[in-house]
Design a protein around this ligand. Structure first.
Ligand SMILES: Cc1cc2nc3c(=O)[nH]c(=O)nc-3n(C[C@H](O)[C@H](O)[C@H](O)COP(=O)(O)O)c2cc1C
Ligand code: SF4
Ligand code: SF4
Length: 310
C-alpha cells in the first residue's frame, strides 16, 4: 500500500513536471526569438556558401536542431547586421575556407555584426577541400575585434569549432582541380557521418571542442600563403565569357552573392566585392565562363549537381 501511494505521488509530480515543461515551451514559442521575426527556433546560423557545400552542411545542422539559417549575402543586401538574442540561444557561423582564411564576405559581415551577447554558446564550422590552417583563429580574432559583440568587454568567441572536408571548388591554380566523382562521393559520405557526431555536440552546447583539419603547417598556410592568396588572388579581373557558347540563361548573375555580374552574356561590373567563391564559373551549364586560361582544362562542381544527394 505504502509503495502504491509513493508511486501515485511520483506520477503526480512527474506529470506536473511534464505539464510545466510543455507550458514553458509553449510560452517560449509565443516569444519572438529574434528582433525581426516570430520564431520558435533555438539558435541562429550565419552562413556563406559559393558552390553549395557549406549550405548543405549548415542546412543539415539547422534541420536537426531547429536553428534559423541566415545567408550572409542576403543579410548584407538587406543591410541587416543587428540581432537580438534571447537567453540560451546558440550562435553559429558556417563558411568555406578560402586560402586558409575566412572568406572576405564573411569577414566584412562580422565587422558590422551587432548582438547582445551574454555568455551565449557560439560555435563555428568551416568546410574545406583539404585543410583549413588557422582559419578558426582568424575567425576568433575578427569576432574579438568587434566591440559590438562583446559583453562587458568580454569578446564573443567561437569556442567549439569544426572543419568538414567536402569536394574541392578551387580550380584557378595549376595544381588545383575538382575531385574525381568517386572522391567527391566519398567526401560527402564522410561528411554525413561526421555531422551525426557534430550535431549532438552543438545541440548540447558543449564547449571547448576543437575538431579541425589544420594541415601540416597551418601558420605558414594561413599567414604567409593564405595572406598572399587573399590579397592577390581574390579577384574578378580574370573572368571571361565565351559569348558564342553562352546560352543567355542568366544563372551566373543569379548565383553571384555580391551582385557583381550583370546581363547575359555576363559582364563583371568589378564592384570591388568579388569574394572568389567561383559560383559564376561552376554553375554555368555550358562552361562558358573561365578564369584565365587554366580553367579551360578544368571541370566544374557544385553540390548535388548530379541530383543524387538528399
Ligand atoms: C577561393 C577559394 C579558396 C579555397 N581555399 C581553400 C583552402 O585554403 N583549403 C582548402 O582545403 N580548400 C579550399 N577551398 C575549397 C573550399 O573550401 C571547399 O571546396 C568548400 O567546401 C567550398 O564550399 P562552398 O561550396 O560552400 O563554397 C577553396 C575554395 C575557393 C573557391
Ligand atoms: S563574380 Fe563570381 S567569383 Fe566573384 S563573387 Fe560573384 S560569383 Fe563569386
Ligand atoms: S551561366 Fe553561362 S550560359 Fe548562363 S548566362 Fe552565364 S555565361 Fe551564359
Amino acid at each position: 500500500m505504502q509503495r502504491y501511494n509513493f508511486f501515485r505521488i511520483y506520477i503526480y509530480f512527474w506529470r506536473k513536471k511534464i505539464r510545466n515543461e510543455a507550458k514553458n515551451l509553449e510560452e517560449k514559442r509565443k516569444m519572438p526569438i529574434f528582433a525581426s521575426s516570430e520564431s520558435t527556433l533555438l539558435g541562429m546560423i550565419f552562413y556563406f556558401s559559393g558552390t553549395g557545400n557549406t549550405r548543405w552542411v549548415a542546412s543539415e545542422i539547422a534541420k536537426a536542431i531547429k536553428e534559423e539559417l541566415f545567408y550572409i549575402p542576403d543579410l548584407i543586401r538587406e543591410e541587416r547586421s543587428e540581432f537580438t538574442l534571447h537567453e540560451g540561444e546558440r550562435i553559429g557561423f558556417c563558411f568555406p575556407t578560402h586560402g586558409w582564411q575566412v572568406p572576405r564576405i564573411v569577414r566584412e559581415f562580422i565587422k558590422r555584426l551587432k548582438m547582445n551577447t551574454k555568455d551565449h554558446y557560439c560555435w563555428a564550422l568551416t568546410t574545406c577541400g583539404d585543410n583549413m590552417g588557422e582559419t578558426m583563429t582568424i575567425l576568433n580574432r575578427d569576432l574579438a575585434a568587434n566591440e559590438l559583440l562583446a559583453n562587458n568587454g568580454v569578446p564573443l568567441q567561437a569556442d567549439t569549432i569544426f572543419s568538414v572536408i567536402m569536394p574541392e571548388s578551387y580550380v584557378c591554380l595549376p595544381f588545383m582541380k575538382t575531385d574525381p566523382e568517386e572522391k567527391e562521393q566519398w567526401k560527402i559520405e564522410n561528411a554525413r557521418r561526421q555531422l551525426q557526431h557534430i550535431i549532438p555536440i552543438i545541440k548540447d552546447c558543449k564547449r571547448g571542442i576543437e575538431e579541425l583539419d589544420k594541415g601540416a603547417t597551418p601558420r605558414l598556410y594561413s599567414y604567409v600563403i593564405g595572406e598572399y592568396f587573399n590579397k592577390r588572388m581574390v579577384t574578378d579581373k580574370k573572368f571571361t565569357v565565351d559569348k558564342d557558347v553562352c546560352t543567355h540563361c542568366g544563372k551566373c548573375a543569379k548565383v553571384c552573392p555580391v551582385d557583381n555580374i550583370k546581363g547575359a552574356p555576363p559582364e563583371w561590373i568589378h564592384n570591388g566585392r568579388c569574394t572568389s567563391c567561383l559560383a559564376c564559373y561552376h554553375y554555368c551549364p555550358v562552361h562558358a565562363i573561365n578564369f584565365g586560361k587554366i580553367t579551360r582544362k578544368r571541370d566544374q562542381y557544385y553540390f548535388n549537381r548530379r541530383g543524387d544527394q538528399r
